[in-house]
Design a protein around this ligand. Structure first.
Ligand code: ADP
Ligand code: MG
Length: 238
């Protein structure tokens, strides 16, 4: 425990909550498939970043998480890698039943980046990723979703439109990520985010990532996460 505390201190990691898993030192400690390890190596990722060191074992253990770390700290892989593991763990990967992993991001640029990252890590497992955000044809997205996918990366407004059009159902969705939650609030997406969360079964695993943690985001987190662990890396902005 002493050694773990020192390791966290060295990486500027602070954690709060009950039964916190130990941070990992290497990707090899995560039990990833050889395909996933290959994809990680192909990206040139040699070792996990500090947020990844602590977030990966937490999320892989099935716990909810609030992850707070500044931009550029590697939060995307911290939720994509365990999402791939979560999907592979599902007993029956039936087709055409809607996404298992749902990622919401505030802007199309961000959603697109996450989409590309998700594809890199899921391709070798045959996991299908769909992108759902403005600037692309809604009809094309409708057709793609109808064909089935395991992961959806979306901006809130467009996802709600497509849910209303019944392009997808959330019956299979058990892994929800809210990325850049603070910006989602700044851009006024709180009602849309709440609507999406309300359509996903309550026994889901929920992950919330943010660069800052204003009170409004804190309040949402308290409402939609279950016994979350909170991981902060470095100093926190408000
Ligand atoms: P954040 O979401 O925290 O702003 P990103 O997930 O966008 O950060 O990652 C920032 C950059 O770091 C990206 O270019 C990403 O490919 C790279 N990166 C992520 N994890 C690692 C790692 N373990 N080793 C090296 N580079 C990484
Ligand atoms: Mg990010």
């Amino acid at each position: 425990e002493q050694e773990v505390a020192e390791y966290r201190k060295m990486l500027a990691i602070r954690v709060s909550g009950f039964d916190v898993p130990k941070p990992v030192k290497m990707f090899e400690d995560c039990g990833f498939s050889s395909q996933l390890m290959g994809a990680i190596a192909k990206q040139g990722y040699e070792k996990p970043t500090p947020i990844q060191c602590q977030a990966l074992p937490i999320v892989l253990s099935g716990r909810d998480i609030i992850g707070i770390a500044k931009t550029g700290s590697g939060k995307t892989a911290a939720f994509i890698l365990p999402m791939v593991v979560h999907i592979l763990d599902q007993p029956e990967l039936e087709k055409d039943e809607g996404p298992i992993g749902v990622v919401c991001a505030p802007t199309r640029e961000l959603a697109h980046q996450i989409y590309l990252e998700a594809k890199k890590f899921s391709k070798s497992h045959g996991i299908r990723v769909s992108a759902v955000y403005g600037g692309m044809s809604k009809l094309e997205q409708f057709k793609e979703l109808k064909a089935g996918c395991e992961i959806v990366v979306a901006t809130p407004g467009r996802l709600i439109d497509l849910l209303k059009m019944k392009a997808l159902t959330m019956t299979r969705a058990t892994y929800l990520v809210l990325d850049e939650a603070d910006r989602m609030f700044d851009l006024g997406f709180e009602p849309q985010v709440r609507s999406i969360v309300g359509q996903i079964r309550p026994d889901r695993q929920t992950l919330l990532f943010s660069a800052t943690m204003p009170h409004k985001v804190e309040k949402l987190a308290r409402e939609i996460l279950t016994d979350p662990l909170r991981v902060t890396v470095g100093g926190v902005g408000m």
